[in-house]
Design a binder for this molecule. Sequence first.
Ligand code: AMP
Ligand code: GLY
Length: 421
Amino acid sequence: MKVLVVGGGGREHALCWKLAQSRKVTEVICAPGNGGIAKHARCVNVGAEDVDGQLALAKKENVDLVVVGPEAPLVAGLADMLEAEGILVFGPSAKAAMLEGSKTFSKEFMERHGVPTARFTSHTDLTEALAEVEKRGGPCVVKADGLAAGKGVLLCDSVQEAKDAVTSILSDKAFGSAGGQLVIEDYLKGEEASILAICDGADFVTLIAAQDHKAAYEGDTGPNTGGMGAYCPAPLVTDALREKIIDEVIRPSVDGMAEDGVPFKGVLYAGLMIDGDRLNVLEYNVRFGDPECQPLLAMLKSDLAEVLENAAKGQLAGTELEWHEGSAICVVQAAGGYPGAYEKGDEILGLDDAATVEDVIVFHAGTRKDGDKIVTSGGRVLGVTGRGDSVKDARDKAYAACDKISWNGMRLRRDIGHRAL
Ligand code: AMP
Ligand code: GLY
């Protein structure tokens, strides 16, 4: 089987690394790929969001399966375009990808199908949105409706902050066209965890629970990022809670999409807020999380290509996943300044040395090959992923490898996995 992976971040490196190990896979192609992916896949320089280019590549290479990493090409309809050409694809249709592409769509969907989520209203009119904030009279969360690279969520502690947030989105267009509409919802308390399900339109199989670290700095402070690290399994999600999440969130979501005539095929990612017995969905994503994908695939024993092919074909029923014992943790090494402005083109030193650390794999995100060197080319640069008998063991291995890697301005969080320790 010849597989095309769309994307070029740490998530796609993990996907290519895992797919390349499959007995079924003869070749992995990745577009555009990056400096590290080239070890496991043939990289072709077609941008992830160039859906016409990706379709042309899939046809030219006559691939047997396309696995789409990021959300943007899915929302833009890449899965529909591939299916129309008879090419097997793992990833949702544009309509199904609206679960991530529009907060209003996903909130209305959850309301309709009884999936627990924060009480909300949706607005396009500034005066009405300001009135809603006034009426609430306290903390709330304001979210730009469309895709905003994880930055469109504003946690507001006061009415004034919420008014500023609403004005910046609807009037000042802080998130461009993603903010033509917004959602105002209750500010929830609790601890976050994510459950990802691989879905085939009707059936699904869930992955072990993961926890992400969105904040830029230690102690979960500073601005939100795409994710500074992740680990799994998250001990917060006990077996009983996991069953509850499947019964109250995953199954009704998969069934609801099928009932609504938009069967969901691909990864359904439920971002959850857990407060004792109370469970609420903060958001859906329609793809593997990045960096959650890295530790999840480090823990997965099953043949990923086989699972994704079966999901793409609608033949997932009866699938059970096998996992390694222990835990895995991914520590993101980022460029100085990230998530704000940062330099690119710095040479990364110590990669070969880091590769000698047992049970560690260094996934590349924002890297590029420059002659013999690997240089930085993005904000999140590497996802150093360790596996061990416990979270602590996995963490110690990951940081041991991180400490061998350096470049000008490199920064990381030293406390990834702290909630599990
Ligand atoms: P989202 O992209 O919707 O997951 O939001 C990004 C982050 O904002 C989440 O991971 C939470 O940390 C936080 N968040 C989103 N919605 C809420 C909410 N209703 N209450 C509290 N925190 C939230
Ligand atoms: N790490 C969170 C996400 O992929 O959206």
